[in-house]
Structure formats: C-alpha cells, structure tokens
Write a protein that binds this ligand. Sequence first.
Ligand code: MN
Length: 750
Amino acid sequence: MTRFEHSDQMAGVPASDSDKARAVEIRQVELLDLVRAYDPRVDEDLLNRAYVFSMRAHGGQTRKSGDPYFTHPLAVAGILTELKADPATVVTALLHDVVEDTDTTVEDIRQIFGDEIARLVDGVTKLSQIELRSEASKQAENFRKFVMAMADDVRVLLVKLADRLHNMRTLHFFDNVEKRRRIALETMEIYAPLAGRIGVQRFREELEEISFRELNPQAYEMISQRLAVLHDSTVAGVVELAQVLRKNLADAGLNAEVHSREKRPFSIWRKMSAKNVSFDELADIYAFRIILGNVEECYRALGIIHATWRMIPSEFDDYISAPKPNNYQSIHTAVIGPPTDNGARQRVEIQIRTREMQDTAERGVAAHWRYKDKGAGGSSNVEIQTAGLHDPYETPRRLVEMFQQGEDPDEALKYVKLELFQDQVFCFTPKGRVIALPKGSTGLDFAYALHTDVGDSCIGVKINGSARPLRTPLKNGDVVLILKSENAPPPIGWEAIAVTGRARTGIRRRIKKMKYAEHLALGRSIAENIFDGVQLDLTPKAVRAALQRLDEDSVDDVFVKVGRGELSVEKLVEAVYPGAALEVEGELKAAKVTPTASRRSIEGLPAGARARLAKCCLPVPGERIVGVRDGQGIVNVHTIYCDSLDADAPEQARWIDLRWRDGDDITAGSRIRVGVRNEIGVLSDVASVIARYNVSISNIGMSERGRDFVDLEIDVIVNDARQLTQMLAGLRASSNVVDAERIEGTEDDA
Ligand code: MN
C-alpha cells in the first residue's frame, strides 16, 4: 500500500513525479559512467559502439514528443542502469528498436555485436510485435507467443518492461484517447504483474500508478488530493514516531536506517475496492521501513519493536525465513503505536530487512546476474545466479507450461491472468520446499504444483498434520502433505475446487481419459452383445472397414461413441454390414429398441398379420397383452394397462386377444431410466449390476442433470417382466444410483 523511494527519502518529501521522464537525455560518456559505477568489467567498446550504432540507425526519426527517436532507447538503457542490469541488457536496450524501426536486421546485429546481443534484440523485437490486447479471438494465441518469446531469457522481459515504462512515462504525448487507454489496460493487466513476478517492484509500482491515472483519472485525482491533505496532518506524527524508532534501535546498539513509506494512490484504490473499506480506514496508517546490516540485526530490531508496542498478530509475516518466489525477503509487522495528539492510538506498519534484501526487492531478477567463468561454453557470458534462491525463470516457465497443457487457449489466458493478479499464499512441503499458489488454492492445486503425477494420484490432504477435506483453502505457512493412491478416479466435482489453471487442466485431462476408458469398455460390450444376438461377427477388422462410413478415426473411437450413447448399435450394424437387418424375422419391431421379440414369441395373431410392439408401453414377456389393428392392418401389441388404449378408446371389434408364448428363448426390448451420480466408474457399476440379472444392454443414452447427476436411458433385452423388476430393484440398491425406473411409453408414439 505504500511506496518506498530508493533514495533516503523521509516523510515530507513529495513523491517524485513520474510524469516527467526521469532519465533526461544521457550522453554517451555518462551512460558508460553509469554502468562502470556498478560493473568495472564493462566492455566499454561494446557499449560505445551500440550507442553510436543506434543513434545513427534511428537517424532523423522523431518521437511523438518531438524529441529525436534515439532519446527513447537511450532512456530505456538509463532505466536499466538504475537496476544495475548487466551490460548486455543495457546494450540490448540501446538496440531494442533498430530491427523493428530501421533497415537493420538481426543478422546485422549478430555480425557487429555477437550472438548474445543478437538473440536478446531478436527476443525483444518479437515481444514488441505481439499485440496483446487484440481481438478476443487472437488474444490468447498472441499471449502464448509472447510467453514463448520471453521464456528463453528473462533479460528479454527486463528490457521490454523498461521499454514499456518509458513509453508509459511519455504516454501523455499521444492525442488518441482510445489508444492511450488500450496501452494503459495492457500495462495494468500484463506488464505490471509480470514486473512484480520477476521481483522488479520499482517497475511494477510505477507502471501501475501511470496506468491507473490513465484508466481512472477521477479516482486518481480524488485519492491524490486526499493523500496530500492527510500528509499535512500526519507529517509531524510520522517524524516524531521515526525519531522514537531510531532512538530505541540506537539504544540497543543497532545502526538502522528508518524511512517512512509513502502511500501510492493505486495501491490504496486496490485495497479500497478489494476489501470494501473506506479511504480513512486505509490511508490513516503510519508505515515505516527499517534497513539493517544483517539478518540477525533484523530479528533484534523486531524484538525491540514488539517489546515497545503491542503487535497485531494477524499482520505479522516473516518473509526472511520464507522468501516469496520472486525472492522478496522482509519481515512485515504492525503494532499499536503511541497515542497521538488527539489521544487516538495509531496503527503502525513496519517492514524490516537488510540492505541486500532491499536491493533484491527493488531490482528483482536484475540483482542476481554475474559473469560466467572464462572458458565456460554457451553464447552468453552472463548467468543469473540463483543458488539458495527461487528460480527467477519459474514464472515464465510456468506460463509456458500452462499454454502447452491447456487445450483451450482462451481458458489458459483466463487462468494466466488470474494467476498473475491474485495474491498468493505460500505453503510448504513436509521437507520444507516453498510452493506459491494463488489465494484460495486447495490441496489439489498444491499437488499439481508439485508435479502432474502427484496431482493425478492425489486422493486427500493433510494440512499441518491433520487430515482435512480437499476443498480446504490453504493458508500462508501451511505444511501440506498430499495423500496419494494410483488409479483412484478423481470425482468430477474436483475441477470446481481447484483454483490454478494447472490443476484444472490436469483434472480435466484425467477425467477425460478415464471417461474414455469407461465408455470404451461399455460400448464394446454393448456392441458385442448385440452382434452376437444377430449372429454377426464383430471383429476389429470388420469395424475398421467401416471407419470411413462412420466418420471415425479408430475402432476404439467407434465403441466410445456407442458407450456414450452417440451411436446406436443399429447404425453400427448397418455400417459394418450394410443391408443386414436387425430383425430376425422382419416383423415384430419396436422402434428404437432392438427388436428381439418376434412373431413366434406371441400367440393369437391372425394368420398373415404383421405385428409390432407398441412404443408407448413396450410390453415384455409375462405381461398381459392385447393387439390393436391399425389402419394399415398392422397389429400393435400393447400391455392391457397401456394408457393409450383408454385415450384412443378403440372399437372393441379391433381388439385382438394375445399372449406371450412360454419359453427361455423368448425376449423383448425394454427401456429404463437410471439417475446416477456423475462420477468415474459409475457407468461400469451400472452395467455390471444389469449383467448380474442376465439382462443385456442394447443401447445407452445419457444427459446431464446439473453438474452432479446424469440421467441414463438404457435399452435392455429381457426375458420377462419379473427379471426386469428384479434388475430395477438391484439398480436402486447401488450406492451410485439415485433412482431407476422402467420407461413405459414415449410421447412420440402414434
Ligand atoms: Mn521501444
């Protein structure tokens, strides 16, 4: 919520105005001096040649401001020297626009400045050519390209961020309001969070402030004005409190710098919107930063502060012991300070850190480069040193991974944005590895963050030693142990309790795979059953020959479609054996249901009459039946309880007494509806219950009933009504089944 200037800034000094380009034009010799000040080994010749090359290449080009174009790359280089970036990065900054805006090619750069610089310039050029806030359809794909281009070398991103910072500082020279807004949005959504992720807080804060002023000028003005008023009324108290802090620390023999921290309009605005609190509640807080020589002194200072004033436990965080993934380290605490003039006790927020940590907090990845030893291979002579620290490449790499795993780039973009924005929680493996996750993440997110395999076999979680529900949101500092089991199917609802894109994609992919296997097994057994019944061979070879007709790629895909209810067995038979009729005797046919009841199953039909089972009631053997002759002379076979008989009130004369013939070989098709839980394994459970009653499935259809339930419509072939009733009872007894009933009649029946 507060801003810290790297200069030794005390309360009372106004924030520097980012409106004015800070890096005023730097001369060649000055740029060299700036780099030499922190890197005596700098290749002066290389830097000078880049300076001259860029100035000549950009020649008479000008900026919107009217300045010569070269002032821009020069300012970008200047910004990077403030971060004490390695010389190759500074050289890249000087050259970052020559390939895009002049006749120079990457090959030219390679000839003159070598492989490393050429590679970096190429990377920045690629980033610049990608329009991130393009049409919605291209956005995700463009962001994917963007992530790929920066993933190779984090210095590419560093130069791009400095470039964007200078462009933001000079944004007001653009007249086109729409364009300014687009650039500001892109900066707020993508560049500022990225700067935060690689630890360059200085960039992040300034990018946010300028974007905020552009995107919401009224709010920016309102907060700035109120901050100015507040400043006047609190400056005396701040100075006094700083003196008390200094004295207390000095009395304990600690040599500490005490700075008051300024409040930035955007961070106040963000908290006002996120926590729904008023300006007064947020801004009227004293905030200090204390900088010390080493870690031990930091903890001593913490002890002194806590001994002097009462701490607020919920506000305490120790990022020295557990650094953030962008390597940020500091102790954060808050205390109830001494009473002010009007008697109120003031909340005081304090950050405690070493000078080195301060440096890392400001410079991020730029703070960790060093020269490689001479003779080491590779084209780069600089490496990012990360021993004992989090890998600064992790963020780009994680983003890349997300795009590679995600099936839908739009979804991936959504999650990437979510991950960039959300506040994080930091949790630990039992061995002490830090895992950073977006706020609200659960054990599932943790498991997938460790490794896809861990996520795939996760069945439960222990948090701080006790078993907890997987949906429990993780908190800072939680020690998380993932309970695993191979081959345990993930409940469908798990996707909803995962927050990270990585976990969601992982779960979705796994569910898809397991559902595929389940549908395959079911589809194959249904098909085999039916083909068997009509004495046709269902060999893979026969199905393969029909693939083109079925418009499928593989035999497995065909069976999966049957198992999913998207392909009826009748159609499959027709495709594999064109012209082969399913009707054994061609007469008694119930539409949609595979006819296995035939003319010879029924006694009492007039000689030569054609008959079919009525769709409205689908009578099965054992039920009392009656025939009704229709206009075409076909005998429709109904149960005597069928509703359609009453409704139509047919003339008595057309009724024909019928009955089922006895015999084991008599079967009929029927249809049932089974409501089941939407989980992996439920389908095969239902199929095996049905098989236990010696009933076979001839077709299956399914429709989701909400997220948690699925309605199955299953066509079955039964011997008689008793078997059907018993099977339904068996289904209802299954823990996976919510309800099961016979469907007696379909509405479309004539
Ligand atoms: Mn540029």
